[in-house]
Design a protein. Sequence first.
Length: 122
Amino acid sequence: MKQTFVQCVEVLLEAGADPAAPGGAVKLALCESWDHPGPCRWPHETAAEWDGRRGKVRTVFMADAEDEGHVRALIEQALAGGECAGPDGKLSRWQATGHGAGVLSESEGAWGAWFVGSQGGG
């Protein structure tokens, strides 16, 4: 049964980089494309808080317990890679400066519970 987890990565965007690009890199790492048919193998939501070019990228994801480490590694690798070309082809770059597991907030836990319920138990 899927559980909800959080992975956080601190990044420093290059000047002119799209602040949505790190989230795009996570999407490509977990979904392998911008759009895919059918349900997502590891449903996720990525958000970032920015202070100038410094940001904290937070990915809430759902996975079976045995996949947790693999999904965390995919997220870390995507952000450590430091670049993503958006659907428009514009390349943005950044540097990952730290990463680790996050603490699930109440609203994130509610998202996970809603998702499992909407999928008939995950």
